[in-house]
Design a protein around this ligand. Structure first.
Ligand code: BGC
Length: 746
């Protein structure tokens, strides 16, 4: 049951032999078509001589052989497009409908970076399940999610799409999302196939500049960047994988046979469908590794790339490549079979529109049950960075002025929310007013004036207003009349996501001006930071009395933030990505390497690995976040001080709520390998648990470590653990020094 609706029974696909029979009877052109993906507008104007497909150079006879379609949603629309298509498609094979359902479909969840801060994979799985139910009722069959790219450089605009800087957290969250989308199997109702992206290491572009190269040792790849993809694919059983735009060690991912063949297919045994990122086959030309589209298509096909997203490469080149013997018929058949198999697994041959159903869509989308999940996840995603006792706010006897450009905005759903309705979003003003009256709401200033004017975005008025002094003055007047100011700062959704790398992570000048002007008349400022990435917040950090990072919190954002501000919910989020001291520190992450000249915190010393002008430590580290109560975590204990490789090791600690409010602590376990054959990070997260406790209550938390938690890429290129000393830390953030030493004997 969901939203009061029973979703009905699953479908079972046709037998393998029948599928192979179908493949055998397809023409070469039919087969090539299955490997092409086009956007929806190619179908709505399909009969025209001109139009998007023609612009792409794709002939009409190929349009109606196209195997899949991008970002067309809505049960009725989908049915219409599929019906029309099937009338004209010679082998009568239904088209696959894929879409970017990233943090929710109609009910929008917090952006993935925020979801990471919940440290709550169960809830993240539920949120993905909600998205799958809504999306599948609107016809979506495959979602391009999760993005499990590990991210450590906040200059990159797409950090918002990842669950953060840590391999263990990222793997847990990616797995949760795949399980949420795919449920008990793709033959079950309310599911969508999950596409893990962007394979691989798109999250580490040099200098944080989108689409830039990645140059990385195999050691770092395997220890830090690959685990989340591997987990989502092998443990989660994700049906699809998407190649990435970047090159890796000089070879573009989409033409990288080590990545796609040796690692993905052979080593990991991935048998699902592999799709390119948008136009990535064509971009092989821009990378300069092929001279034309024919070579680009051949290169991608040889890597086992099945679907070409929105270019004319496969559409126009594949048949000839096969006829000329450059690509074998077997290779083509294998790729087509993988696409057909996915269609079959989804039950499309029995029902080409699957669970698309207008009535179901209307009932499910943004229903109360789904909004409740969104509200809970938004509460858990927000991170309280500081609080000098000003929070929680009082519902009576306190005059609260709310201000800033996002105070009453519905644009708080993140850059990838393509299918939501803004009118369904609860603004912060609405959320706060549902708790207690506000004494005023003012605009303050827009958020864009530091935004480079030379970037123009289609359909977006993107330049900040030149002179904001009147609106700032108005905010100052309102602040004078209030006891407390709640000020929204940060960045807009459009300033985050693809193509939005930044060279400066500071707040826009107009936001600084607003803060300064208001601070002079009323220093009791609570900052609510809406953002898609960690920012340099030094400007306000020393002066704001509280800072709550709300990310882009989604449909129930206003309610969730108000719940936290007024203490109807306890802040429990922990940073999934470190907040830098300043931009020049990026990339900054807790699991850094030791170096031969490690710096000592707080000690200024030349000739060690440090900066002259800034600290090494981020302003707020990974795993950090406050609540309204306090916790104490005991020194960890182990069930055996010595263990052998192959043994499991239990680590226990007691966490106690030492404050006078109920609350939730995320207890985190980190491991340090003291001496190893290659250099290792100072510590690495290996487990975490959310623990809810009443005032005065304590609970024992236990983690079980096994050989895989100590394994790494050894100096001889093998994967495994080495005997020796380890330090095990249990604490409330990555800075913890609360530890015990254990020894692994040979
Ligand atoms: C993005 C992908 C996305 C695809 C389809 C690309 O530009 O990099 O993440 O899934 O477009 O919309």
């Amino acid at each position: 049951m969901c939203g009061g609706v029973t979703l009905g029974k699953g479908k079972s696909g046709m037998k393998e032999e029948k599928l192979k029979e179908l493949l055998k009877n397809m023409s070469l052109k039919d087969k090539a078509g299955q490997l092409v993906q086009l956007t929806g507008n190619c179908f709505t104007t399909a009969d025209a001589e001109t139009g998007p497909a023609a612009d792409l150079g794709i002939p009409q006879d190929m349009v109606y052989r196209t195997g899949s379609i991008l970002n067309v949603v809505g049960a009725d629309k989908l049915k219409e497009v599929q019906d029309q298509y099937l009338e004209k498609n010679p082998p009568k094979i239904p088209m696959l409908f894929m879409a970017d359902v990233i943090n929710g479909f109609r009910t929008i969840m917090p952006i993935p970076l925020g979801q990471g801060c919940s440290f709550d994979p169960e809830l993240v799985q539920e949120a993905a399940q909600v998205a799958a139910k809504e999306a599948s009722s609107a016809g979506v069959q495959v979602t391009f999610s999760p993005m499990v790219d590990l991210v450590r450089d906040a200059r990159w605009g797409r950090v918002m799409e990842s669950t953060g800087e840590d391999p263990c957290l990222n793997s847990a969250m990616g797995l949760a999302m795949v399980r949420g989308y795919q449920g008990e199997g793709l033959d079950q109702p309310g599911t969508v196939a999950s596409c893990v992206k962007h394979f691989a290491v798109y999250g580490a572009p040099e200098a944080g500049r989108d689409y830039n190269l990645v140059d990385m040792s195999e050691k770092r790849l395997r220890e830090e960047y690959l685990p989340a993809y591997e987990t989502a694919i092998k443990e989660g059983g994700a049906a699809m994988v998407m190649t990435s735009f970047n090159s890796l060690n000089g070879i573009p991912a989409t033409g990288n046979s080590w990545l796609m063949q040796d690692l993905l297919r052979k080593e990991w045994g991935f048998e699902g469908t592999l799709i390119t990122d948008y136009a990535a086959i064509f971009e092989l030309l821009n990378h300069g590794v092929v001279k034309d589209k024919r070579e680009a298509s051949a290169m991608a096909m040889k890597c086992g790339v099945d679907i070409d997203m929105v270019t004319d490469c496969y559409a126009n080149e594949l048949e000839k490549l096969v006829q000329d013997g450059v690509i074998s018929r077997e290779a083509l058949d294998e790729a087509v079979y993988r696409v057909l198999k996915l269609k079959n697994d989804l039950g499309l041959f029995e029902n080409p529109i699957r669970y698309a159903d207008k009535q179901l869509e209307e009932k499910l989308c943004c229903c109360e049950e789904h909004r409740t999940v969104s509200r809970k996840l938004a509460q858990e995603s927000c991170v309280l960075l500081k609080n000098k006792g000003i929070l929680p706010l009082k519902k009576a006897g306190q005059k609260v002025a709310l201000m800033g450009a996002l105070a009453d905005s519905q644009e708080i759903c993140g850059a990838w929310s393509l299918f939501y309705k803004p009118e369904e979003v609860v603004t912060l003003k609405q959320g706060m007013e549902a708790k207690a009256p506000l004494c005023s709401t003012s605009w303050g200033c827009d958020m864009l004036d530091a935004w480079p004017k030379w970037i123009s975005f289609a359909n977006t008025e993107f330049c900040g207003r030149e002179d904001q002094s009147d609106s700032i003055q108005e905010a100052v007047q309102k602040a004078k009349e209030a006891d407390v100011v709640v000020m929204t700062l940060g960045e807009l959704a459009q300033q985050t996501g693809e193509g939005t790398s930044r060279g400066n992570l500071e707040l826009a000048d107009c936001q600084k001006q607003l803060f300064d002007a208001v601070y002079q008349v009323n220093p009791h400022i609570v900052v609510v930071l809406f953002t898609g990435r960690p920012l340099d917040i030094r400007y306000i950090d020393g002066r704001a009395e509280a800072i709550l990072v709300a990310w882009q919190p989604g449909t129930e954002g206003g309610n969730a933030i108000a719940d936290l501000l007024y203490g109807d919910a306890e802040p429990s989020g922990k940073l999934s990505m470190s907040f830098p001291y300043c931009t020049g520190q990026e990339p900054v992450y807790y699991a850094h390497y030791r170096t031969g000249r490690p710096a000592t915190r707080g000690v200024k010393q030349r000739f060690c690995s440090s900066y002259q002008d800034i600290p090494n430590e981020p302003l707020y580290p990974f795993g950090y976040g406050l609540g309204y109560t306090t916790f104490e975590i005991s020194v960890p204990e182990v069930d055996k001080a010595e263990f052998a490789a192959g043994d499991s090791l239990q680590v226990n600690a007691t966490v106690k709520n030492t404050g006078d409010r109920a609350g939730c602590e995320v207890v985190q376990l980190y491991v340090k390998d003291c001496v190893s054959s290659t250099e290792r990070p100072v510590k690495e997260l290996k487990g975490f648990e959310r623990v809810e406790l009443k005032p005065g209550e304590s609970r024992k938390v236990s983690f079980t470590l096994s050989e895989k938690d100590f394994a790494f890429f050894r100096v001889d290129g093998t994967w495994g653990m080495e005997a020796g000393e380890f330090e095990l830390y249990v604490g409330s953030d990555s800075d913890t020094e609360n530890k015990i030493q254990v020894c692994c004997r040979n």
